[in-house]
Design a protein. Structure first.
Length: 198
């Protein structure tokens, strides 16, 4: 009986070790890993009824580093530009930079599939070239997301904002600024992206 029991335990241990080895080849994060992700968007519209044309783009790469098995920190640098033309006359010409930092807690980082909580803080400065004015602001947000590794280095990421605060103010004389606060996950505004892990 002892031999049968020991053989069963040995077989289970071997199977578990094999499963762990297979799981690690399917991706997952560990302490010291570095990942890159970000955003690249381009948009263009032409409202023929009102003779309004708009064009804009944004590029915002971000890099993260795992301090521990569960905690990652990172930063991003972004550039955005938007232009609007009404009846052949330029009515908006804005461009600017964004600097951001974030921290994440991954619940099962070594697995192929992992949920995480994300806390981020961004500072943005946009310049209106036509009005010769600047708009400065910051945004803080708490969100949730998930990573699913499709290979050992590539993962698909999805995220949704849960709690957010933003404030912005123009440097124009007499400007008072605006602020906003939001709570609740808007499942119509889920973001999707791809991560590459080094």
């Amino acid at each position: 009986m002892k031999k049968v029991l020991l053989s069963a335990v040995a077989l289970l241990a071997f199977g578990f070790a094999n499963a762990q080895e297979e799981k690690s080849t399917n991706g997952g994060f560990s302490k010291g890993d570095v990942f890159v992700t970000g955003a690249f968007t381009f948009g263009s519209s032409n409202d023929k009824d009102n003779e309004v044309k708009t064009n804009g783009f944004e590029i915002a790469p971000q890099v993260g580093y795992f301090l521990t098995e569960n905690i990652a920190i990172g930063g991003k640098l972004g550039f955005a530009s938007s232009k609007e033309e009404t009846a052949g006359v330029d009515t908006e010409d804005m461009s600017g930079l964004t600097l951001g930092a974030f921290g994440r807690y991954y619940f099962t980082p070594a697995n192929q599939f992992s949920l995480f909580a994300n806390l981020g803080l961004d500072y943005a400065s946009m310049k209106d070239k036509l009005a010769d004015a600047k708009l400065n602001g910051f945004q803080a947000g708490l969100g949730a997301g998930m990573n699913y590794f499709v290979s050992s280095n590539f993962s698909i990421e999805a995220g949704v904002a849960v709690l957010g605060f933003s404030s912005e103010k123009s440097d124009a004389t007499g400007a008072k600024g605006t602020s906003s606060f939001g709570f609740g996950g808007d499942w119509r505004a889920v973001t999707f992206g791809v991560n590459y892990k080094f």
